[in-house]
Design a protein around this ligand. Structure first.
Ligand code: HEM
Ligand code: FPP
Length: 304
């Protein structure tokens, strides 16, 4: 193998497998947070502990398919990634992984995840997860991303699905409670992403991707970030208002949302780099803690 590589073959013909780079192709930190939300969806689906098969195999299948979707996204976006400072060192533009390896890897992960969900969890979860995969890898990445500044609002639905997927893995049915959790992530996505897009506006403009700060300016994007942060506060009340969560969740979510709004407000009148990246970083901590709060509250009530 080493000998082959010294022949200066085009990267597409090399056979050496860089496992570390393949792992990076799955966007592991994003998938970790996605799986946290699907695990919480699964735990909230029942008053006791969910059956181990639904919990373990369900979330493993969701993780595999989310990782597969991320790998497809890397493949489809590799040219734009090569031209942006934030992304030019990714496995495909840097040559650590060949295109055919990325497509094969993405397909294997997606098929393994689908098979696992279909055979050992339930077909409903398998199909809903497949719809999320197509929503992100095909509808968002291939089409919406380059078609409209509302790309991430519509495409965000795919990333918002995991709590519902975790729920259906346990209950094999769709109901209102997990849809509220989907709504939470759906409302969270625009301020999560637009904060970053404000800081990276020039890079998106350079590769002609019509992100909102490019098409409508930074001031307008900051207004929408603030508006969505306020909307998120309202949506975060819903689990409490419908009786799905209690006062522990309400208290924690109010505190988390207060900081979200404060950071969005600071960004509104503040610095496009520092304040934008601060809100982006906090958005990730926010979602993690909000779902931990949902789970803590659920188990507290189950024990009382
Ligand atoms: C359409 C929806 C979304 C868009 C457009 C979006 C966009 C982004 C972008 C551009 C980054 C920076 C990635 C990088 O620098 O490599 C990022 C990071 C991140 N996103 Fe999102 N995101 C979306 C949905 C989600 C969802 C649903 C989750 C999890 C539930 C999530 C979790 C994260 C995490 C954890 C990071 C940090 C990754 C790291 O530090 O490596 N995102 N997001
Ligand atoms: C459950 C399931 C199968 C769904 C998969 C959903 C999934 C992996 C969502 C990730 C969302 C995400 C990180 C978008 C990045 O946007 P981008 O691709 O525009 O950002 P980039 O420029 O950093 O690549």
């Amino acid at each position: 193998m080493a000998k082959l590589n010294t022949l200066n073959l085009p990267k597409s013909l090399r056979w050496r497998v860089n496992w570390r780079a393949l792992y990076k192709l799955t966007k592991p930190k994003v998938v970790a947070l996605i799986v946290l939300t699907s695990v919480v969806g699964a735990c909230l689906a029942t008053s006791g502990l969910p059956p181990w098969q639904a919990l373990l195999l369900g979330n493993l299948g969701i993780a595999l398919m989310a990782g597969g979707a991320a790998a497809f996204n890397h493949y489809i976006d590799s040219e734009a990634d090569a031209a942006m400072a934030r992304t030019h060192k990714r496995p495909l533009p840097s040559g650590a992984v060949a295109n055919w390896q990325a497509v094969l890897w993405a397909s294997l992960l997606s098929l393994a995840g689908f098979g696992l969900l279909y055979l050992w969890v339930n077909p409903l979860t398998a199909w809903l997860t497949a719809a999320s995969l197509v929503g992100y890898a095909v509808i968002y990445t291939l089409w919406l991303k380059r078609a409209t500044p509302q790309n991430i609002v519509i495409g965000g639905l795919a990333g918002a699905m995991p709590p519902l997927l975790g729920w259906t893995a346990v209950n094999n049915s769709v109901s209102a409670e997990p849809l509220l959790l989907v709504m939470l992530i759906f409302t969270w996505t625009p301020p999560h992403f637009w904060a970053l897009a404000i800081a990276r506006r020039d890079e998106y403009a350079k590769v002609n991707i019509p992100m909102l700060p490019v098409t409508h300016g930074i001031r307008f994007t900051k207004q929408l970030v603030l508006l969505y942060s306020l909307l998120l506060f309202v949506v975060a009340w819903l689990p409490f208002l419908v009786g799905m969560s209690g006062l522990l969740y309400l208290g924690l979510s109010c505190a988390l949302n207060a900081r979200f709004i404060w950071l969005a407000w600071r960004l509104y009148g503040g610095d496009n780099q520092r304040d934008a990246m601060r809100l982006f970083g906090y958005s990730i901590v926010y979602l993690m803690l909000l779902f931990v709060a949902l789970l803590a509250d659920h188990w507290l009530f189950a024990l009382l």
